[in-house]
Ligand binder design. Structure first.
Ligand SMILES: [Zn+2]
Length: 318
């Protein structure tokens, strides 16, 4: 029998889960639809069933733990608390409910902390003790590792760099405040920047003629690669804002590397090169040249499951 853990990533649309061995091999992966389980108890029942089916289909494996990445998940308490994009309202004891069914240790955290754990156990941070992972999606998630430990803080919710204010009185944020990092440095932030540039710049751009639904970060990156002036300016501005947040984070915890993860990173050097340049020019002199800015070393295909699984493996090693 080979020991495996299950990595589970709970999102607003899908719950992706898989069996992962201690080398980071994903033995099987499947998904449930989040909207099919408005009741948390129904979900835990369905999750247990689905894992049992997966174990039957892949004989020779023994499940020894569950790692779960979920929005607003509290590592200390094993709860999901006030998650705006989930039907499970209030404070939900997810770890407790899952454990009642599956009978193995259950560890939960938010998806960005899980990504940081994935980077440490299976990705580019295997030899590092101090690093930060920024996930650039609709928002900006962050996992901060200091001295080999993910920082959870007093509440369990530490590491919300996406909601540090980098422009006082700036863009409105989903958290109800203004000028948060993620309103600039994220896929949706890039789109907002392009919309502003439509009025600030006179350059022709195919982006101007797109219906709003097609004006995506992916499309903007594609056009930037073809030399579109507005797309290039938007990426440059996004890089500058991304760098500003990184500079603040470097000043706070002096990481060896900052790993960038998510769709925006597909822009590659077009984004990374100016980020490195701005960081180098504007960070305090004692930190200059001390931090690597790298794309994530975890393959995007299985990243969510690997991150959650890494969380479980890390806990079981203790
Ligand atoms: Zn915010």
């Amino acid at each position: 029998m080979k020991d495996v853990v299950a990595g589970i990533d709970i999102g607003g649309t899908n719950i992706i889960f898989g069996l992962v061995d201690n080398s980071g091999n994903v033995i099987a992966e499947n998904r449930l639809k989040t909207v099919d389980y408005p009741d948390i108890k129904d979900y835990t029942y369905a999750q247990d069933e689905a894992l049992n089916i997966m174990l039957r289909e892949n004989p020779g494996h023994r499940l020894i733990g569950l790692g779960v990445g979920a929005p607003n998940a509290n590592y200390h308490k094993g709860t999901i608390e006030l998650a705006p994009n989930l039907a499970w309202k209030g404070i939900v004891p997810l770890a407790e409910f899952l454990k009642e069914r599956v009978h193995v240790p259950v560890i939960v955290t938010n998806d960005a902390n899980a990504a940081a754990m994935g980077e440490m156990i299976f990705g580019g941070a295997k030899e590092m003790k101090d690093f930060i992972v920024l996930t650039l999606g609709t928002g900006l998630g962050s996992g901060i590792v200091i001295n080999g430990q993910v920082v959870y803080g007093h509440t369990g919710f530490a590491g919300e760099l996406g909601h540090t204010v980098i422009v006082p009185g700036g863009r409105e944020c989903g958290c109800g405040r203004r000028g948060c990092y993620e309103t600039y440095a994220s896929a949706s932030g890039l789109v907002r920047t392009v919309l502003n540039l439509f009025s600030d710049m006179r350059a022709d751009s195919v982006l101007r003629d797109l219906p709003p639904s097609e004006l995506t970060s992916k499309k903007i990156v594609e056009e930037a690669e073809k030399g579109d002036a507005i797309a290039l300016e938007a990426i440059n501005y996004t890089a500058e804002m991304l760098a500003l947040g990184i500079i603040n984070a470097v000043t706070f915890s002096s990481p060896e590397a900052v790993f960038l993860f998510g769709g925006l990173v597909k822009a590659g050097e077009l984004l990374l090169d100016p980020v490195r340049k701005y960081v180098d020019q504007n960070v305090m002199p004692i930190f200059r040249g001390t931090v690597k800015i790298l794309p994530s070393g975890v393959s995007e295909t299985n990243a969510a499951v690997l991150g959650a699984a890494a969380l479980a493996w890390n806990e079981l090693k203790k």
